[in-house]
Design a protein around this ligand. Structure first.
Ligand SMILES: Cc1cc2nc3c(=O)[nH]c(=O)nc-3n(C[C@H](O)[C@H](O)[C@H](O)COP(=O)(O)OP(=O)(O)OC[C@H]3O[C@@H](n4cnc5c(N)ncnc54)[C@H](O)[C@@H]3O)c2cc1C
Length: 524
């Protein structure tokens, strides 16, 4: 018995260490498109040392790059670490002179090779990251390689970002180019908060674009996937970094549209909100936790603490995410802990100045806090395993029947769903819009194996889920895997043909490319 117990303890301890271990560098998986991972003979010749001019700050000559999916290993000409506007100009000139293509990369959290292309010169924007603030006008000017994480630290304590993703790891350029959105149900998407940006066009000229100056270019480049030029810097709205009282309500998903429309939306005191649908088999996509952040009397006269560098308990969080991948019991436990354990671990960073003003045991946070999370716990060392994001924008009045149908598709495909969030977006007026009308965004985080069987299963599931969103007059989010057919792209985004035509007009030589563009530009 003792020996069996010792073995059991050993096995469990081993699993705990494996699931919680820090990743060793960027995860590499067997490429989904092996033809992209192989360097062409032509590039191998081109990568001769003589082509790597000393004027460009190369950080990688030849080799491969990959994205957050780990499945998109792609052979590139090289990677330039740009630090100045001049580096970008020189890189663009170099590529044109050598008849090479250019791709623009932030932190490469898109999952379909959107930030690079085979044989391209990749501009790594992450060191091009200066930020300044005009507090009076409530606007910041940011170079597009800056991450929200650094921007939040810069803005704290007085100001906060108006619209960004629900986590802070991403660059501003990558976020503008997908028109990101997150927890602020009032602000909607990032595009609405951009006053103007400057962009280097394929001919090397720099244009300013805004709603009144070059408005077509403005609409094309927001959600334009880096296909119209390199966005250099942007003027983006900021808002006061107010304190919020946090709350969570456990509801049935059918109550959500009414709760949002009648209670949350009309009350301007609610500053942020999002929902999580249950991933437990016992209440799958039925139970829902709605998280709200609200200004109340308790949030007046508060002291805002500095932002931490990273979220607490990274290893524990990674352990929980990875454990939840392994069967129904694990999924039940995860949902149970989100309902009952997480509230007890909540970090309440903001203190009322006079303790007496606190309303009971209110947990107060500053606006920057809930989004100040670089999700290190989502990266892991697991073999033959990756986690894939997908997102669907569904007309608000279709939410309940859509979730019912979604439940059926996920069950039929035996999908390993780790998380399902619900957010709010408004009608977006950028060219390639994912929300032609107000919508709820349903975000799915799915686990797959990285072998051929795992990829095939994910491809089938993705195509069914896209078909489902189309059936409900919804759209799917484009920065993710390229499993959809050309027909699905055209059906979901009827503007895509005009978008590609505009690309030809602004960039007739197709200087700026990425894997998404290369795959779909000629598929009808
Ligand atoms: C775990 C996870 C969570 C996510 N959560 C959210 C979320 O809450 N909300 C949401 O909206 N999205 C979310 N996303 C998607 C994410 O917003 C996009 O993938 C975003 O593009 C990531 O930014 P990035 O810096 O990684 O950009 P990259 O992936 O590096 O680039 C994305 C695109 O932007 C282009 N680009 C980058 N910089 C520039 C520039 N300076 N000029 C022109 N083009 C440029 C690239 O060429 C590419 O086409 C999530 C993704 C992951 C993996």
């Amino acid at each position: 018995v003792l020996a069996a117990a010792a073995i059991a303890v050993f096995v469990i301890a081993n699993r705990i260490l494996y699931y919680s271990a820090e990743p060793e560098g960027q995860k590499q998986c067997p490429p989904l498109f092996p033809e992209n991972a192989d360097a062409d003979a032509a590039t191998s010749t081109a990568t001769a040392e003589s082509w790597f001019t000393s004027t460009l700050p190369w950080v990688q000559k030849g080799g491969r790059v990959n994205d957050a999916s780990c499945l998109d290993s792609t052979a590139v000409f090289g990677v330039v670490q740009v630090r100045t506007e001049n580096d970008i100009k020189l890189a663009v000139e170099f590529a044109k002179e050598k008849d090479l293509k250019v791709s623009i990369a932030g932190v490469k959290h898109s999952m379909g090779g959107h930030a690079f292309a085979k044989n391209a010169v990749v501009l790594d924007m992450t060191q091009f990251n200066q930020v300044s603030l005009d507090a009076r006008a409530k606007v910041m000017t940011v170079q597009t390689g800056a991450t929200w994480h650094d921007i939040q630290k810069f803005l704290q304590p007085a100001f906060a970002v108006k619209a960004m993703q629900s986590t802070d790891i991403f660059t501003v350029g990558g976020s503008i180019s997908v028109n990101a959105h997150g927890m602020d149900h009032n602000a909607g998407s990032l595009g609405q908060t951009i006053r103007s940006f400057r962009i280097i066009l394929p001919d090397g000229s720099i244009r300013t674009a805004s709603r009144s100056e070059n408005p077509e270019l403005f609409r094309l480049a927001i959600g334009g996937y880096g296909l119209f030029g390199v966005i250099l810097d942007a003027k983006i709205d900021v808002v006061p970094n107010v304190a919020y009282q946090t709350a969570r309500a456990i509801i049935d998903y059918t109550e959500f549209p009414k709760l949002f429309a009648e209670k949350i939306q009309p009350d301007p005191a609610y500053g942020l909100m999002y929902g999580h649908l249950s991933t437990s088999p016992s209440s799958f996509l039925k139970e829902m936790i709605v998280y709200t952040y609200k200004e109340t009397s308790a949030t007046v006269n508060t002291e805002i603490a500095p932002l931490g560098d990273e979220v607490a308990a990274v290893k524990l969080r990674r352990l929980v995410v990875n454990f939840s991948k392994h069967g129904p019991l694990a999924a039940r436990l995860k949902w149970w802990s989100e309902k009952y354990i997480e509230p007890r671990l909540e970090t309440c960073t903001v203190k009322p100045r006079a303790q007496a003003q606190a309303e009971g045991e209110a947990c107060l946070v500053s606006r920057n806090d809930p989004m100040h999370d670089s999700v290190p716990y989502l990266r892991n060392n697991l073999k033959n395993d990756t986690d894939i994001l997908q997102e669907y924008f569904i007309p608000r009045d279709q939410f309940v029947p859509y979730i019912d149908a979604l439940r059926g598709v996920l069950r039929k495909n035996n999908a390993n769903l780790l998380n399902a969030s619900v957010r709010v977006v408004h009608k977006e007026d950028n060219y390639l819009t994912y929300a032609p009308a107000d919508a709820f965004a349903v975000v799915l985080y799915l686990n797959q194996t990285t072998d051929a069987a795992g990829n095939e299963k994910m491809a089938t599931l993705t195509q069914e889920l896209i078909g489902l969103s189309t059936a409900f007059h919804g759209r799917f989010f484009l920065p993710y895997q390229l499993h959809y057919t050309g027909e699905q792209l055209h059906t979901s985004y009827p503007e895509i043909a005009a978008f590609f035509a505009a690309k030809q007009q602004y960039d007739p030589q197709e200087l700026f490319v990425n894997t998404f563009y290369n795959k779909y530009k000629s598929i009808e």
